[in-house]
Design a protein around this ligand. Sequence first.
Ligand code: SF4
Ligand code: SF4
Length: 389
Amino acid sequence: MIRARIAKPSERLEFRDPERVQAFRQALDRLCRDLPEPISIMHVCGTHEQSIARFGLRSLLPPNLRVIMGPGCPVCVTDMPEVDEAVYLAEQGVILATFGDMFRVPGTRKSLAEAKAEGADVRVIYSPWEALQIARETDREVVFFATGFETTAVATAAVILSGPPKNFSVLSAHKYIPPVMEIVAEMPQTRVQGFLAAGHAATITGWKIFERFVERHGIPVVVAGFEPLDILSALVQLVELIRRGEKRVVNAYPRCVTPEGNRNAQRLLWEVFETESGVWRGIAYVPNGNLRLRRKYAWVDARARFEIRLSEWLGDAPPRLTQECLCGNIMAGIATPYDCRLFGKECTPENPVGACMVSSEGACRIWYEYGGHITGPKGMRELEGTDLT
Ligand code: SF4
Ligand code: SF4
């Protein structure tokens, strides 16, 4: 049995040590040498995809080990009607504050960027606290269009609990990752044998949260950090679990993730939010996959404060998204950006067609910037030449 050496929290942390990269690579080669069939592993975090693509890690993997992307970008999975609600409110005269990535994501009729070009007051912010500050400095209504997974929702909850002024409200499009993992695991086309869980999210939720998932689906989960060595080490451990047929959770990110997670952050999150079912753009209807404000916070909930007459406003406008955009399939792990005919041609970061090309955590944008699965000797970045600094 191959034992991957994992840094203990007390050890000096060397994340980009080429010798250890080499050792993990050899371990993966040995583990995958005599596999009866290829192994598919899915990660569900945009930051994992960034690290994998940026450091060319796929080129270090044996050809029968596939690491595919799941629904790891909160911007990409924000559903079109949620964007429409934000555009609608901006056009009614509120100050609409949102993160930069959300700005250009297409809605049914237009994006927030287009609404701004037509005169709406849309402001790009870096944290929910900035939206709060804008509200403190004006008498106008300020709506924070809140997107992101549970990690970001904690910050939104903290702002709400800080006692915002009366002219501040939140339009929540926050999403909760564990339920969508269940959906993707059940998709017959996906056939994932193991999950790399997002270290950031697990810092909040703790790794024990995945035990129920493993019990229900019989698919092992390894919680992984974001440095190249974190990811390679987690892959070695996951392939070992798969080979041994062990269905359990392993925490390969012990320097940040504990079994129970950050209890204070969880308290904030569940004090303000509860789950509700809803559509994740292009993927599926996800039971309990959305985070909405609890009724007792209706005074700060934009959906309760404003009448959002979407169907009237949209009329019979057809969605502008072309059928050719494969974002949904990419996030479900059944297509790659290279499968899309528009990739790098009609669809680029300057002129995005689908949400996956807009966000810095979107698969298409990442593959456009860093390249995707490099195969063959010509494209292969040999380990010795790989810049891991
Ligand atoms: S919110 Fe954090 S954990 Fe979730 S996808 Fe983004 S970077 Fe990954
Ligand atoms: S390349 Fe553009 S159009 Fe194609 S799947 Fe990606 S975002 Fe959608």
